[in-house]
Design a protein around this ligand. Structure first.
Ligand SMILES: [Cu+2]
Length: 119
């Protein structure tokens, strides 16, 4: 009987410990997760959306990307321990698109399809 009580207590303690740990991990993730909006003024069409999304997703540490063609911006959630706004902007300009006040890489821009170039 006594052994049973102890083992039950152990199970409860382990469960409690695991629970505390997972709550802690979640709080930690939120702390290091950052969401920013990047202006994408040179985007023209759905192909641009695809390319920009792909470029942002290729950055290690990016957790969530949503590119809006009408608003001409991207909402990006990333782990600020792994990457930065600057690194994400660089990935976009390297793909041939303007990102915030940073201009597209001219060579990458030249290689874009005609429909993706500024009118
Ligand atoms: Cu396009």
């Amino acid at each position: 009987m006594k052994t049973k009580t102890i083992s039950l207590l152990t199970v409860v303690l382990i469960a409690l410990f695991l629970n505390i740990n997972s709550v802690h991990a979640t709080a930690n993730d939120i702390q290091h997760s950052k969401t920013i909006t990047i202006k994408l003024n040179s985007m023209q069409c759905d192909m641009c959306v695809e390319k920009v999304t792909e470029a942002i997703n290729s950055v290690e540490g990016v957790e969530k990307v949503s590119v809006d063609l009408d608003k001409k911006n991207a909402t990006v959630t990333f782990n600020s321990d792994v990457t930065s706004k600057k690194a994400i902007e660089k990935a976009i300009t390297s793909a041939g698109y303007d990102a915030n006040n940073k201009k597209a890489d001219p060579e990458a821009y030249d290689n874009l399809s005609g429909c993706c170039k500024k009118p």
